[in-house]
Write a protein that binds this ligand. Structure first.
Ligand SMILES: C[C@](O)(CO)[C@H](O)COP(=O)(O)OP(=O)(O)OC[C@H]1O[C@@H](n2ccc(N)nc2=O)[C@H](O)[C@@H]1O
Ligand SMILES: Nc1ncnc2c1ncn2[C@@H]1O[C@H](COP(=O)(O)OP(=O)(O)OP(=O)(O)O)[C@@H](O)[C@H]1O
Length: 289
């Protein structure tokens, strides 16, 4: 058995649009969204243990070990796969901001399920891992799906989409937005008209069109003024939007040098970076269909 795997990527996602179309009886919201993978990632190291213990070996500020989605993902897999004697030491190198709408924690969890499923030789397939992932968070199934996608339900009904190979400028406005606070706002509209995949421009043209919006944006921008400020600033360069429940905002460009030009202008109070669209999750090959 292979005992360890290092530098495993957990990429960020963007929501190119995000419509809230209803609410389920359990309070979770029905969404329609297009998920886009980015080539900017957290990275994780895994080392198999034979005593059944699951440990995070480093400190992650603001995330106690027992609540880390990485540790919870490993425990869930250990139980679901019936491998109580197998454990892991996991190191999490965070690069993605927390509460950023980039799905960092969800992506870390998906990478953990993928890599430990491989190292422990549990033999669960993609569908089984996605069902486990959904227990950890609404964004986790997408990262296990492995391709850019149109998503419905709470994010678990996925249809693969080929998106444009764009460059993105992403601004971190310096606040952490708790997802639950935005979804529970009285001001959130929950009745955006349901669309069919054939109703919106072909995915590679989506970013050049006015189609879609992020219904969570107006709520997050009102409650977190730095989000509103970053959107306003980035809108001078193109069709800027917020991703997920915020806080990060993004704008797309056809050429890398255009992204570089915008980055040079970003006020120093914000962290900003560029990333390229990815079509496939870098670990997709580790999971069998
Ligand atoms: C905003 C998105 O990032 C868009 O991709 C996701 O919908 C959020 O996914 P996530 O961070 O994995 O969220 P979860 O950890 O599952 O949910 C956090 C909280 O947000 C609310 N929530 C989340 C997803 C959803 N479809 N409806 C909700 O109402 C619930 O109160 C939930 O307790
Ligand atoms: N490994 C992890 N990395 C980041 N956050 C984690 C992790 N494990 C648990 N969390 C908790 O989850 C919260 C949300 O983190 P995350 O970075 O996933 O937010 P997000 O990017 O807004 O996600 P989303 O787009 O899915 O709403 C954090 O504030 C933290 O308390």
């Amino acid at each position: 058995m292979q005992a360890s795997l290092s530098n495993c990527p957990a990429p960020a996602k963007l929501n190119l649009f995000l419509h809230v179309t209803g609410r389920r009886a359990d309070g979770y919201h029905l969404l329609q969204t297009v998920f886009q993978l980015l080539d900017r990632s957290d990275t994780l190291d895994f080392s198999v243990r034979d005593d059944g213990r699951i440990r995070r070996t480093n400190d992650v500020p603001g995330v106690p070990e027992e609540t880390d989605l990485v540790v919870r993902a490993a425990r869930l897999l250990q139980t679901a796969a019936g491998k109580p004697h197998l454990g892991a030491d996991i190191t999490v190198h965070k690069q993605l901001p927390m509460g950023g709408g980039l799905g960092g924690g969800s992506s870390d969890a998906a990478t953990t399920l993928t890599v430990l499923n491989h190292l422990w030789q549990t033999g669960l397939n993609r569908t089984q891992l996605m069902a486990l992932g959904l227990q950890l968070g609404a964004d986790v199934p997408f990262f296990l799906f492995g391709r850019n996608a149109f998503a419905e339900g709470v994010g678990e009904d996925l249809i693969a989409l080929e998106t444009a190979n764009r460059w993105f400028v992403v601004i971190e406005p310096g606040v952490s937005v708790p997802t639950a606070i935005i979804f529970s706002s009285e001001e959130l509209t929950r009745d955006t008209k349901v669309v069919r995949i054939t109703d919106f421009p072909e995915a590679h043209n989506l970013l050049d069109s006015d189609f879609g919006k992020n219904d969570l944006e107006v709520v997050a921008a009102k409650q977190f003024p730095p989000v509103a400020e970053a959107i306003k600033w980035l809108k001078t360069y193109g069709n800027a939007r917020m991703t997920g429940s915020g806080a990060c905002v993004f704008c797309s460009f056809e050429h890398e040098h255009q992204a570089d030009e915008v980055l040079k202008q970003v006020p120093s109070k914000w962290i900003a970076w560029k990333a390229k669209a990815m079509q496939e999750h870098p670990l997709a090959h580790l999971i069998s269909s």
